[in-house]
Design a protein around this ligand. Structure first.
Ligand SMILES: Cc1cc2nc3c(=O)[nH]c(=O)nc-3n(C[C@H](O)[C@H](O)[C@H](O)COP(=O)(O)OP(=O)(O)OC[C@H]3O[C@@H](n4cnc5c(N)ncnc54)[C@H](O)[C@@H]3O)c2cc1C
Length: 803
């Protein structure tokens, strides 16, 4: 084993081997992988090896497509077979809702270039004769599904990497990691030490323990997972290999295994494995079977696929593998740790391992993952994702693996965890809460006597008329919204304005003002949208997306000067309330001494002022597009502020509103939102944020690329549509058609109660930006006429905000 390497990858499962290969492919040859035992000696060796392209997040789906196409490449380089069987796959729907889900998945597949096909039950039966038709209402066929040999794939990656210059060290355990002042690491093993510039934690079942070596508690947990293999099935003899099959309502998956069938399940009563500490002496072991636990799924399986019930069980496999709370991988650099990277929590290593390796290696070598990996970014979990939180969420996620997650569905595990001081007051107003980063936030308010629950659906729910009433209050009187769920940073120090000016695309506002700004990466793509609030010359608050707080921190850390600037995250120190609507000024004026007239406190003013007895920062801005104020206070004052506004608001018709109404109103105004309209695959001009990019102020990160985008016009354009929808609105990820061709995708949709139309925002090619007709949006399998909106549906001139 050599004593120095540019990179040490810890872990020789499918993920570590893929990272190693991709690093060599990206040009880093001095790289090494250290494995405790043999390659695959974690969760990899006993995997069922299934792979598929469909994923709820289109960006993850793209990386899955990449992975599947990669196997040919590594087979060719290494000469090692990956045992690829592309059988095609069939997904069976047992309910109308699932059929709707399949229609939506098919629609999403259209702009990803996937050839998914909806089938009737009898067509499905022809392709998959083992099924009992009476349990199903429809199906979808995916030609690119199949399975691989886990051993073959891992060795093909590792061999391709060694051919590319990498070293693979087996039977060596990393026992500790020590950082050096130059940012490099001492990798301490039971067979000597290596000094590495970078370390990658691809420890799989032990990734949590490797994280603890550097003081990190990664939100991952292993679950026991069982599949069985039947005895040989005579009916399969001489037949073409059976398709992969997912029976969603049965919660089982099936595939052929040499004349027999393999059947696995994600049972509802799933059991975590080693919830606190993974034993180091666990190797190529299996766990004891527990057929009783999966008996309900087996019963359904034998009913839905009777031939299997007749075949007898030859073998049962029970093995652990890891999940993050949302079931997506955790990849990327970790804030607060230099040159430390993670690639773990990969629950579908044979669909995702290649994409994870590609993204991480590009991130390390080029400084950017090269794709939109927000859904997999380790920074999406903050300190709130503790061991116990992770345990509750992973168990929930596992048990729901094959269940539909409706767009308006709020999951219940690990709740309530975080609440703001006015939580009980909002409960008393019959709020229906959602969970955002573990924080309870009001989505809408049910009428006084009604139960505060929302029926889950792809269509308009029971919330619809109540959200309409909330929008109506904002547009005609005044509404009150809790806005605590924003990320906040306080920036101080003599160098703060200069530093911010170099990091953000817009100029820093003058003291007493606030301003909107995109944040760009070097490629000129959007990696954040902030409101900069400057109460005094020497202090700026950055307000942005809370879920991205660690993502921003990681970015800021890399760009912090040695002195002169201090940046402090303070999200939960300041909680907030917003009032919006034509009577908002009258209401607030009755509580403050300052003159709130348009002349004295115009749009985008930001000042420290007392509201009643409450010391607050007040900004004149509103995401609803109406006259509005955001009032920020320290946590101890929030109740008093709430009571004050509610009491004073009575005579102005004040009504609480929630996130659903806010979403509808911001879409009426064509205002974008992070992770929907604003993501690292879009440039600021494409996203309609060009007016917030100040190319004249001097240099800033991404300026050259932004200038180029401005000159070329970019590839895409964010546009708004009014949709002829019936009882279901667009929600996001639906295809946009133009003249019979899929040309783009929806990023957000909602019913615009103020304009009484179904609305959608989405991206289309810039070349189509001037087209006004011929558009359609596919909602639950139906192409609906979509009228391109030249301007925002509500108050296009912005007069109401500025009034
Ligand atoms: C029963 C079962 C069925 C499955 N079926 C499928 C399927 O059909 N399709 C699919 O895509 N996925 C499936 N999976 C999941 C799949 O196995 C995982 O996604 C994959 O194995 C994750 O790989 P990994 O490299 O992250 O982790 P691991 O395979 O756990 O690899 C981590 C490696 O790191 C090594 N290591 C850890 N710590 C250290 C250290 N300190 N020093 C040195 N080495 C260390 C370990 O020895 C291990 O080899 C299944 C899993 C199970 C259990």
């Amino acid at each position: 084993m050599k004593s120095h390497a540019k990179v040490v990858v810890i872990g020789g499962g499918v993920v570590g081997a893929s990272v190693l290969y991709h690093l060599t492919k990206a040009g880093w040859k001095d790289v090494m992988l250290i494995e405790r035992e043999e390659l695959t000696a974690g969760s990899t060796w006993h995997a069922a090896g299934g792979m598929h392209t469909v994923n709820g997040d289109p960006n993850v789906a793209k990386l899955q497509q990449y992975t599947i196409n990669l196997y040919k490449e590594i087979e060719q380089i290494s000469g090692q077979s990956c045992g690829v069987h592309i059988t095609g796959g069939i997904m069976l729907a047992g309910t109308r809702e699932r059929l709707d889900w399949l229609k939506m998945a098919k629609a999403r597949g259209r702009y990803l270039g996937m050839e998914l096909e909806l089938l009737s039950v009898s067509e499905a039966k022809k392709l998959f004769p083992l099924m009992e038709e009476k349990y199903f209402v429809g199906a979808m066929y995916d030609p690119i599904e199949g399975h691989v040999d886990p051993y073959g794939v891992t060795h093909a990656y590792a061999k391709s990497a060694t051919i590319g210059g990498a070293e693979v060290v087996r039977h060596t355990r990393v026992v500790d990691l020590k950082s050096r002042s130059d940012g490099s690491w001492d990798v301490i093993t039971d067979h000597g030490n290596v000094q590495a510039e970078h370390v990658v934690n691809a420890g799989g079942l032990w990734a949590r323990e490797v994280g603890r070596m550097v003081g990190l508690e990664l939100p991952i947990l292993a679950m026991e997972h069982q599949y069985l293999i039947t005895e040989q099935i005579p009916a399969l003899k001489g037949q073409k290999e059976q398709l992969h099959c997912i029976d969603f309502e049965g919660e089982i998956y099936l595939r052929e295994e040499r004349g027999a069938m393999l059947m696995g399940t994600y049972e509802r009563a799933g059991v975590p494995w080693s919830p606190v500490q993974t034993p180091w002496d666990f190797g190529q072991n299996l766990l004891p079977n527990d057929l009783e636990r999966i008996a309900p799924s087996l019963e359904v399986g034998f009913e839905h696929f009777p031939t299997l019930g007749e075949a007898g069980i030859k073998k049962v496999v029970n093995g652990p593998f890891t999940f993050a709370p949302d079931g997506n991988p955790l990849i990327g650099p970790v804030k607060g740790l230099r040159n430390f990277w993670v690639a773990c929590g990969v629950m579908a290593g044979f669909s995702q391992g290649g994409g994870v390796g590609l993204a991480l290696s590009q991130w390390m070598v080029e400084g950017d993952p090269g794709a939109d990996v927000w859904a997999m970014d380790v920074s999406r979990y903050g300190e709130w994702a503790t061991l116990a939180y992770t345990n509750a969420k992973v168990r929930e996620n596992y048990s729901r693996r094959f269940r539909i997650r409706f767009p308006n569905e709020e999951l219940t595990a690990a709740r309530p965890l975080r609440t703001t001081p006015i939580y009980e007051r909002l409960q008393a107003q019959n709020a229906v809460f959602g969970d955002y980063c573990g924080l309870e936030q009001p989505l809408w308010f049910a009428p006084a006597a009604a139960q505060a629950t929302e029926e889950v659906t792809f269509k308009r729910s029971n919330a619809h008329p109540h959200v309409a009433a909330e929008c109506n209050a904002v547009r005609n009187a005044v509404g009150l919204l809790e806005i605590s769920n924003y990320g906040k940073f306080e920036v101080t120090g003599p160098g703060s304005v200069e530093w911010l000016s170099g990091v953000m695309a817009n100029r820093v506002p003058e003291a007493g003002r606030m301003g909107l700004t995109p944040m760009l990466n070097e490629r000129g793509k959007l990696i954040g949208d902030f409101t900069l609030c400057r109460p005094t010359a020497d202090k700026v608050f950055l307000i942005g997306t809370y879920a991205a707080e660690d993502y921003y921190r990681r970015w800021f850390e890399r760009r912090m000067p040695a002195s002169g600037v201090s940046l402090r995250p303070c999200a939960m120190e300041y909680v907030g309330l917003s009032i919006a609507g034509p009577k908002a000024r009258m209401l607030l004026q009755s509580l403050v001494r300052e003159d709130l007239s348009n002349a004295s406190f115009p749009f985008l003013s930001f000042r420290r002022m007392d509201v009643g007895m409450v010391p607050a920062h007040v900004g004149r801005v509103s995401f609803t597009g109406d006259l509005g104020y955001e009032i920020w206070v320290t946590t101890d004052y929030q109740r008093a502020l709430f009571d004050l506004l509610v009491a004073a608001g009575r005579e102005h018709g004040l009504k609480s509103f929630g996130g659903r109404a806010l979403n509808a109103m911001r879409i009426e105004k064509s205002f974008g939102s992070w992770a929907r309209e604003y993501r690292p695959i879009y440039g600021p001009y494409e996203a309609g944020l060009g007016r917030f990019v100040d190319l004249k102020k001097g240099d800033f990160v991404g300026r050259a690329a932004a200038l180029e985008e401005k000159e070329s016009g970019g590839q895409l354009r964010l546009v708004a549509f009014a949709v002829d929808a019936a009882d279901a609105d667009a929600i996001g990820d639906e295809p946009i058609w133009h003249d019979g061709r899929v040309v783009g995708w929806v990023t957000s949709g909602a019913y615009g109660h103020s304009v009484q139309r179904s609305l959608a925002l989405g991206y289309i090619p810039a070349a189509l930006a001037s087209a006004t007709s011929g558009f359609e949006i596919e909602i639950i399998g139906e192409r609906r006429k979509a009228e391109r909106q030249a301007a925002a549906a509500f108050d296009p001139s912005g007069a109401r905000m500025r009034a």
